[in-house]
Design a protein around this ligand. Structure first.
Ligand code: SAM
Ligand code: TMP
Ligand code: ZN
Length: 408
């Protein structure tokens, strides 16, 4: 009998469909001078038979993941800076045009989205539990509250600042298992005609592209239009828009409002119908996804072992949180990848969690270029391949593993 757990949205039964085994925390890069003991947990995914929400079978305590040293810096990608800049401008000219508008962002990180709104003089607040990145946002002149957003935080903000016209979260809501508290907080804080907008990896794209490394400790929920609609209804909100986004390997930006406050756009029903046609909530679809994950890992390890045996120099590119899943689940260590190049000063000099591959600054990637680079940051492929043209010119080859393993 496959394992079951209780749904964190509706308390229905969640049926496990894939077990990644023992995994470390994806952002717990190890200091080689003070390695300490790493935390491991069982990473497995299931689907709720009632509301169809895909979720992890076990939860990691939040303070283990989001703390003073949380290393992910949102401003690291030029493409993402532009993405958030455009959204800030859209908010400024649509939702934030009333008298003294107020916007709250959950998980504002280093302030990549709020900066433009702060510069435009718009009343704003970022809620960010990870102290280090919250300080970076504050240093840019952004108002930040160093706390986890939940019902009590929302009540305090509403009491002190009043209701919000926009509540926004990017790559954050899917990180939060305690959704009932979050959505009660949103309902408390949202102005009657306000919107709660969030964008996260789209489960349909994960299945379609076999991008199994989107599954790791911090990504607790994997949203679809169907499951988000059920989640909204369960918590007294309404899904009024859904927009596909070309970032992070495929996301959807969902807009929730108080029931009846906004007219749902046709995109909601259209995407929902597409999901039905693709049988996204069928166990058989999920089982086949699991088969493809196993094949993908076998192919990747086979290729890396062959290259090692041929004496080729192979490194990883981008010490993403995602790469913890592919490196640990497939069993890829320093014998197969000499190091991983990464732009984040917070990760350089450390070892990848669990797999213990050294993380080095990009200068070392070019000194000299390796024969092959495994593109771990595949979600930034366009930006990276453009900026690393010299690697190709020098005869270097990229190894891709999503949607399947190929060398190009
Ligand atoms: N919004 C940024 C982006 O899209 O690049 C940052 C995303 S980062 C992957 C997730 C962020 O959510 C982290 O900075 C983390 O500290 C924050 N976070 C986690 N739990 C939270 C909560 N309950 N309330 C607010 N932020 C939270
Ligand atoms: P993400 O997939 O969570 O956005 O993380 C991307 C990681 O890849 C982050 O650690 C920064 C790193 N990175 C590079 O090393 N070079 C790059 O050009 C880009 C865009 C990201
Ligand atoms: Zn459920």
């Amino acid at each position: 009998m496959p394992a079951t757990s209780r749904c964190r949205i509706c308390d229905g039964t969640v049926h496990e469909f894939f077990d990644f085994g023992r995994q470390p925390l994806s952002d717990a890069f190890v200091d080689p001078a003070a390695p300490g003991e790493e935390f491991f947990f069982r990473l497995a995914t299931g689907i709720c038979e009632t509301c169809s929400m895909v979720q992890l079978m076990a939860e990691v305590p939040r303070d283990r993941m989001f703390h003073e040293d949380y290393p992910y810096l949102s401003s690291g990608s030029t493409f993402m800076r532009e993405h958030f800049g455009k959204l800030a401008e859209r908010f400024r000219t649509t939702e934030l045009t009333g008298e003294d508008p107020f916007v709250v962002e959950l998980g504002c990180n280093d302030g990549v989205m709020l900066k433009a709104l702060a510069d435009a003089g718009i009343r704003h607040l970022g809620v960010e539990p990870s102290g280090g990145v919250a300080k970076l946002a504050a240093a840019k002149g952004i108002n930040v509250r160093n706390a986890f957003f939940e019902e009590a935080t929302a009540e305090e903000i509403a009491a002190g600042e009043g209701k919000a016209d926009v509540i926004y979260a990017a790559n954050t809501l899917c990180h939060i298992p305690y959704m009932a508290s979050i959505l009660r907080g949103v309902t408390t804080l949202l102005a009657p005609d306000g919107v709660f907008v969030f964008e996260d990896p789209y489960f349909a794209d994960i299945v379609e592209r076999t991008s199994f490394d989107q599954i790791y400790d911090e990504h607790f929920f994997f949203f679809t239009v169907r499951s988000v609609r059920a989640m909204a209804e369960h918590h007294g909100l309404e899904l009024v828009d859904a927009e596909r986004l070309p970032v992070h390997g495929g996301e959807v930006r969902y807009t929730l409002a108080l029931p009846g406050a906004r007219t749902p756009t046709p995109a909601v029903a259209r995407l929902r119908d597409e999901e039905e046609a693709r049988k996204l909530a069928d166990f058989e679809t999920l089982r086949r996804f699991g088969d493809r994950v196993r094949q993908n890992c076998d192919d990747l390890v086979g290729l890396l072992e062959k290259l090692r045996d041929e004496g080729k120099r192979v490194v990883g590119y981008g010490a993403t949180a995602k790469s913890a899943t592919v490196l640990n689940h497939c069993g890829i260590g320093p014998d197969l990848l000499a190091f991983v190049s990464d732009t984040s000063p917070t990760k350089q000099g450390r070892l990848t969690p669990g797999s213990h591959i050294p993380v080095r600054p990009p200068a070392e990637f070019a000194d000299p270029y390796p024969d092959y680079a495994l593109l771990l940051a595949w979600n930034h492929a366009e930006e990276i391949m453009a900026k690393e043209q010299q690697f190709r010119d020098a005869g270097g080859k990229w190894i891709h593993y999503v949607p399947e393993v190929r060398v190009a």
